[in-house]
Ligand binder design. Structure first.
Ligand SMILES: [Zn+2]
Length: 264
């Protein structure tokens, strides 16, 4: 395992159980990432039933927060009302740190578009009821994501993860009070447009993620990703924003703690 991370970096989006499913020794990898500087992170849920296993897996990592939510593909498992009531039971019992990952995916077109929209809006309403930030997935659905965020604004804020849309979308997301998270695709050679979008955004709205085990950064493409690779994306962002790495680390840490009122 190779690590590329410095003291104080934060990975706002990874899937420990999926890493584990790919044969990674997730606890060992995370232990080493924390020892190498990982100051915090969020392990992301895809279905309510994955929560307890993730909680057990990560029980010795107080700086790793857990989210819970229904990914858009959940529309193929059950109807919206049953999914929302299943999730609400979990929120009552387990009190996760955020609701996610939720959103719209017009690439894979899970379920029907109406089901995906209803599930997304319903989960924002739940997040508002329990005062939780939302972690949003958007694939080829910019206009509908913005419509729903306008109709049902997330009261405790949130993050649009793995940003890969045009600058105009980023601007609308930032103006709605949410954070933008950049993943390893910011480092891809052909992604100049994404780097240009990042360069125009206010730094107090930006966080970073690996989306492990997916989206390995350019220098590790083809290998499974893990939070110990977060430094590659920090490096490219510091270059794009023309700021010192130390400064970027402090600013992202501040954004993260502000969103999660995190005391660790
Ligand atoms: Zn994800």
């Amino acid at each position: 395992m190779d690590f590329h991370i410095s003291q104080g970096m934060i990975d706002t989006h990874f899937h420990a159980s999926v890493m584990e499913g790919k044969g990674m020794n997730t606890v060992l990898v995370l232990r080493q990432a924390v020892n190498s500087g990982l100051a915090g992170g969020i392990d992301i849920g895809l279905t309510p039933s994955d929560f307890l296993g993730r909680k057990r897996l990560l029980k010795d990592f107080p700086s790793i927060l857990l989210s819970a939510g229904c990914y858009p593909s959940e529309t193929e498992r059950a109807d919206t009302d049953s999914l929302l009531s299943e999730l609400e039971k979990l929120l009552e019992a387990e009190n996760p740190s955020a609701l996610g990952e939720i959103g719209l995916d017009w690439h894979w077109d899970y379920g029907s578009r109406k089901q995906q929209k209803d599930l997304f809006a319903g989960q924002i309403a739940l997040a508002n009821k329990y005062n939780l930030p939302v972690l949003i997935h958007n694939r080829e659905a910019d206009a509908d994501i913005i419509d729903i965020l306008t109709a049902v604004p997330p009261k405790a804020g949130g993050i649009l993860h793995c940003f890969s849309s045009p600058y105009e979308t980023a601007r609308k997301i930032v103006d709605s009070g949410l954070y933008i998270s950049f993943a390893g695709n910011l480092t891809y050679k052909k992604n100049d447009s994404l780097r240009i979008a990042a360069s125009k955004l206010p730094l107090d709205r930006i966080v970073l993620e690996t989306d492990s085990p997916y989206l390995s950064p350019q220098k590790r493409r083809g290998k499974p990703n893990h939070p110990g690779h977060i430094g590659y994306t920090y490096e490219v962002l510091a270059e794009v924003l023309k700021i010192e790495m130390e400064d970027l680390i402090i600013r992202v840490d501040r954004n993260f703690r502000k969103l999660f009122n995190s005391g660790f």
